[in-house]
Structure formats: C-alpha cells, structure tokens
Design a binder for this molecule. Structure first.
Ligand code: PSU
Ligand code: MN
Length: 305
C-alpha cells in the first residue's frame, strides 16, 4: 500500500511551473449523472478548462490509489455503468486506500486530495449541506467540515433546495468560510438562480474573486465558496422544480433512504421525473462553473502574491 498521490504528468508539470490547474470531482460523474451523458460531460468539463488556459485534474481513488488527473481510460472507467465505485467523502479516503478499493470523490474528498496535491481551485455542480430535518437526523454533509479546514476554493451553484439552505449558510459562517456571490447578491439554489437568501459578499469578475481569495489566505486556513448561478436560459421552471422536490422528499421517506444515499437517490428522481430536464440544467451549470473556476485559477496564477 502507498498513501502517495498519483499526479498525472501534465498536472504535475503545470503545478511545478505555476500554471493554473482546476480540480474536478468524480462523484457527480459516477453517482450524479446517467451513462453515457456522464462521460460526455466529463470530456466537456475538461475541454472548458483547457479552452480557458488551465489544466484539468479530475480526481478519484482507483485500486487504492488517489489519482489526480484521470487519464482518458480512467475517466471512462469512472463513468462506466456498474463500475461499482464507492462514494468517497474525506472519512472514506483512508479506508478506500488502505483496503485497495476504488471510488469517486465528493466535494469533501476531492477538496482534500486537491489541496494535498497543491491545487487550490475546484469546480463542481452543487455543494453538500445541512439536510432538512438535520435537527433530528444530524445529517450534515462533510463538505461543510472540509471547507472549514482545507484551503480550497469551491466554485459551485450553491446547494439544492432539497437541503436546508438557511442552516447551511449558518454552518458556513460558523466555520469562517466566506460565501461569495458571482454577479449576484443572492445564494443560488442549483436548478434555480436564487434561493432568496442573501450572500454576504459579491464579486463581479474573476480578478475580484482572486483578490478576495488571496487576501483570505493571509488570515485563515478555511476554504472559500464562490457561488455561480445557473445560466438564465437553463434555469428550471419553478413550479416543476417545486413539484419534483415535494415528490422526491416523499419518496425518500417512503423508501427509508438515509445517509450518503440521499443525494444520489434524489438526483435520480429529479432526472427521471423531469424527463431529463434536470440533467440539461445540471450539465449547463457545471460547465459554467468550470469556466469560472478556470478564470479564477488563471487570475490567481497571474497575481504576484
Ligand atoms: N449535489 C449535487 N450533485 C452531486 C452532489 C451534490 O447537486 O453530485 C454530490 C457531491 O459530490 C457532494 C456530495 O460533495 O454529493 C454530498 O453528499 P453528502 O450529502 O452525502 O455529503
Ligand atoms: Mn449525509
């Protein structure tokens, strides 16, 4: 067994030369999007990062080895139906590596590995958060705890309204994680551009975001959350959204789903019950986040500090 990271050659040389690198997670591919769309999205995410002038590094654990920057064959493996990949949060990395397993990494798992590799900017779709009813279930995603202690920048479209958004924002505040709205004053709700909850800080371009991130680094070891609303033309109809949400929550209760299965089961419900509308929305927002993350990584690399 080795706990060493396997950093793909292209990623390693970019890091060595101070060129911008953007980390991408794999749970959204293996557990969040259906095949073969997931592979298409995986390729397009990497293309968006390259087109913006950075090197993409999709992250997963394969056969007990944390891989930073999946090869085309590895990307295909992660997206393959029935690949049997576990969903790996930070608590799962030790067991997966120690036992020689394979799994896709969540925001928590990806951020932790990316930071170890020296990659500070990471793009995803939605962040995990405080689940509705958490006062009883204690279901609070480890994504929040990792943002509290890992110096990462997570670019996402907020959290889904299947979560308790107000409580999620409180936990981020408690953990000294600045939440930035990109060209918005309101925290986005994934399929919808706004949750109705204000963000504390707003930035209007990547340069401003980079200035905030660089300054934050001087005072704190926590991460930064840069929230980017779904593009207007891809926003989901609110009535459809509300119906899917109510039905999805009822299904969770009926089927007794809990723990790490909650998010994948809800996503699957959204995808089938909307006839694919939610998949289009998901794809549009994650590509848009990869584009912004790339701009921020480029702006950070261009700074002198
Ligand atoms: N939200 C999404 N799509 C996703 C996830 C969240 O819209 O694919 C995934 C991410 O990998 C996130 C994880 O880090 O679910 C959070 O899961 P949990 O709530 O079990 O921590
Ligand atoms: Mn959970």
């Amino acid at each position: 067994m080795t706990t060493e990271l396997f950093v793909h050659g292209e990623v390693a040389s970019a890091l060595r030369d101070g060129h911008p690198v953007v980390a991408l997670e794999s749970t959204i591919l293996s557990h969040g999007l259906p095949h073969p769309r997931n592979l298409d999205v995986a390729h397009r995410l990497e293309q968006v990062v390259r087109a913006g002038g950075a090197v993409p590094a999709t992250i997963a654990v394969l056969d007990g080895r944390p891989v930073i920057g999946l090869s085309p064959a590895e990307l295909e493996r992660v997206c393959r139906p029935g690949a049997g990949l576990d969903k790996l949060s930070l608590r799962d990395l030790g067991p997966a590596v120690g036992l020689g397993r394979s799994g896709a990494t969540t925001v928590a798992g990806t951020s932790a590995l990316a930071a170890r590799a020296g990659i500070g900017v990471f793009a995803t779709g939605g962040l995990g958060g405080v689940h509705l009813g958490a006062a009883q279930s204690w279901d609070v995603s480890a994504d929040l705890g990792v943002l509290a202690k890992v110096p990462t920048v997570v670019v996402c479209s907020g959290v889904k309204s299947v979560l308790d958004i107000a409580a999620t924002l409180e936990v981020l505040e408690t953990n000294s994680v600045p939440v930035l709205g990109y060209r918005t004053d309101e925290f986005p709700a994934f399929y919808l551009r706004s949750s109705g909850h204000p963000v504390a800080w707003r930035v209007d371009d990547a340069k401003e975001a980079a200035a905030v991130i660089a300054a934050h680094r001087a005072y704190a070891d926590s991460g930064v959350l840069l929230t980017n609303p779904i593009p207007e033309e891809s926003e989901m109809d609110r009535a459809l959204h509300d119906r899917l949400l109510a039905d999805g929550l009822a299904k969770l209760r009926e089927d007794g789903v809990h723990g790490s299965d909650v998010t994948p089961v809800l996503l699957e419900h959204f995808h089938t019950a909307s006839g694919g509308v939610s998949i289009d929305a998901n794809e549009a927002l994650v590509l848009n986040n990869a584009k912004l993350a790339t701009e921020v990584a480029v702006a950070l690399a261009a700074r002198e500090d």
